[in-house]
Every structure is written in structure tokens, then in C-alpha cells.
Ligand binder design. Sequence first.
Ligand code: ADP
Length: 474
Amino acid sequence: MKPVLSVTSECVPLVKTGGLADVAGALPDALKPCGWRMRTLLPGYPRVLEAAKRAKELAGFPNLFGGDARVLGGKVSGLDMLILDAPHLYDRNGTPYLDDQGQDYADNPERFAALSWVAAEIAEHGIGGWKPKMVHCHDWQAALTPYYLAKRGSPAPSILTIHNVAFQGIAALDRLHSLRLDPVDFSPEGFEYWGQISTLKAGLVFADRITTVSPRYALELMTPEFGMGMDGILRQRQSVVSGILNGIDEEVWNPASDAEIATFKTARGKSRAKRQIVKELGLTKTDGPLAIVISRLTHQKGLDILLDAIPAFLDGGGQVAVLGAGEKALEAAFARAAEHPNVAVRIGYDEGLSHRMMAGGDAILVPSRFEPCGLTQLYGLRYGTIPVVAMTGGLADTVIHASPMALRSGVATGLQFSPVDAAGLAAALKQLMALYAEPDIWAELQANAMRQRVGWHASALEYAALYDSVSGAS
Ligand code: ADP
């Protein structure tokens, strides 16, 4: 087995704020059959250390960005983990990035520079007799790894995966020293970004390969509209940029064995799950379709667009159920929308409810303004819950629009809409209603959706091929 080090700030099942955690948690198992053994370096947040009580100390790192640290190694929750125990950086309440008041920790750049520094140490010298052939870094939190490796003249190759270019690891120029950066590289050819430091940009400049989580998002990132200022460097490096779709965990998301629901193997079995969720959410029984949303409530996710498009859908007999948390204004707006008897809103994060809604919903709405890959439309496909998605990023790559031709050819799996605005979504919801009214067509859509392969197999093969090519191993 060829060894590879994954560097990430979150990883399912230990710590998760978004899709990055799902990918980091799923890749190690998915890569095994492809000949790669992945160990994952993760910060020792309190709950991670709690789960890693039996891990052994492998190395000490005195004075790591302001305090002493060590790396623990061992199997944790089934994963082969390396945990960076640095209490001065990670022993805090709150989420991995935000304090109890929802503010970014002021030292976030240093907290994750330390992670990247240790990753570079491990890539160069190995740890506990184990040395990776290459490093796979995720997002801005791990993006200084390729930079530190390059500055040491290390031959260890690196890949950087962008899960969401909106998060760029920005720090003021006066942090150069505390981030262990060389002032020489504070230039447009280095990590300088509009007069500040961007750790993401450092990674984009110095990584051997850059991937993102769908082919379409890879292309979008090279445009000013979606690149968020990183489009220039990505265009320069386009010969090493590629898109590899995320998969989902087909065990965790399996309608035939999901412990949260009345299980089903074909879409016909969904009616029981629908009855249950309608009851649980306090909705009334109707003949119309139940459209669900499971999402962070943020501008990116386009849910303000949904608020504008809901009334016509409700007037047509539809129902809407939303599970999410995020921006306060959106939370309040959805709470108001829930005054309508055919709208149910649950503010908060609830894994179990997300499964029950996915099983009982007829359609899942994902009106994102941009979406690197998106996972909930993939869960929707697996559960025969028809995705209605904005035509962007991974949403466009994973849903086959029910055009007349796709319907005739028997390949349609959902609906895509563009432009991504209220009128576009309203038109898609109108089409959804029309399709739902034709039971044969609807059943075929569901069957097509449930047949689509959404697991990790194909993507793991692509990552393995990339690892082979970048590390010279095969
Ligand atoms: P992002 O990473 O941008 O938030 P993704 O679609 O890639 O979007 O991943 C979001 C993940 O978080 C999915 O697994 C989704 O089911 C989950 N999720 C989002 N909001 C909630 C919530 N309120 N309750 C439960 N799960 C949620």
C-alpha cells in the first residue's frame, strides 16, 4: 500500500462543519482498494482528543506557534489518525473556527499554519517510522503545507483541494513573521492577495496539483464571476487544475438500511416515510409534492431566492420543509414563512432529522448561487427525492435535467434551473409540479435517480490515478 498524508481541519465522524469533513472522512476507506493507505492529520480539538484517548504520542513539537505540541497516532473511530495536540491553539469551546460569540478566533491563521507546518515536517521526515509518498491538503487551513515544503526544498509532492474558494485564509501583512512566511514571497507571484496574506493562494501557487470537487466548478473558478479573486492564479496554473466529484457514504445514506426511517428499496416505499415526516413536522396531508431543504442558511445557498419563489409553489398545492441554521436574518425570514400551514421550518443542525426528511421528501431544493459539489442533491438521488438544483458547479455535473429529450431517453434524474433567481426557481418548481402530476413520469424520474451511482468508487479511482502520477508511484 502506498502511503499518503491527508491534512484537514475537519473530518467525519470526529468534527464537521461542512462537506469538507465528509470528503476527508470518506477518502481513506475509498482509497484502500486503489492501493493507497491514507493517514489523516487533524487538529486536536477537545472532542477529537476525547475520542482519541488511546492514541499514542509519536513526536513532540516544542514551541509550535507559541506553545508546546505533540502528535498522537492511532485508530480513532475507524480512521488512521495523526492528531496534533496543541492546547494553546485548539483547546477551546466553540466550533473549529468560531468562538462562543460566533466570531472567528483572532489567531485562526496561526492555528492552521501550525497544522500545515507539522504536515510539512511529517512529509519531509516521516513520523513513527512512517513516511508518506505525498501530501493531500484540504482548503486554506492546510494550504501552507505546499509552501513550507517548497521553502525547505522538500521533494515531497503535494495536492491542494479547494472545497470552497470563498474561504481564503486571509491575514494582515503584519502576521508574516508569526506565520513563518518569507517576506520575499509577499508578491503577486507568491501569497500576496490584494495587499494581504492569503494562505489559500500560497497553496495554489506552490502545490504540484490543484483539484476541486467538480469538473464544472474547476472551470468556473477560472472566471472572475466565481473565482473570488483567485481566478487569475488558477488560470495561470490551469494545466495542473482538475475537478473530481465528491461521492457520498452509501452505507450512511442507504434507504434500504437507514435506521432513522421506515426503510425502502424502491421509490414506491417512500410513501410511508413521507407520512411519517409530514406527521413529525406537523404538516397536513395533501396531494401535492413535499419539497425539502437541508442546508446552511447563507447567501451562497440562495435560500433568499427560495423565500421569493415559495408562494406560487404553495398556491399550486406544494409543501416546503426546511432544516438549517446560519445567518440570523434568513433564520428569522424562514421562521416567518413557517406561519403558513404548508411550510415547516426547523432551525438547527440535526443529522437524524436530515435523514428522515430526505426519505420522506418528494424533491430536494438546492438553489445555490455557487456550489463546488454539493452533497444533498446526491443524497436526494439515492433516496429517490428529486433534486431541483441551480445550474452551477457540482449541481450541474450530477443532475440530469428533465428536458423533453432526457425524459424520452429515460435518463432524466431531476431539474436544473438558470438564471439562479426567483423567477428561474419558480419556473423549475412549476415544472416539478407538472411532473409530479404524472405518476408514471414521476416514478421513472425516481427510478433513474436511485440508479445513479453516487458513491466514492469512481472518484477514489481518479484521486488514486492523480496520486500515482504526481508521486511517480504506480
Ligand atoms: P456545504 O459544505 O457548503 O455546507 P454540502 O452540500 O457540500 O454544503 O454539505 C453540507 C452537509 O451538511 C451535508 O451533509 C448536509 O446534509 C449537512 N447539513 C447542512 N445543514 C444541516 C442541518 N441543519 N442539519 C443536518 N445536516 C445538515
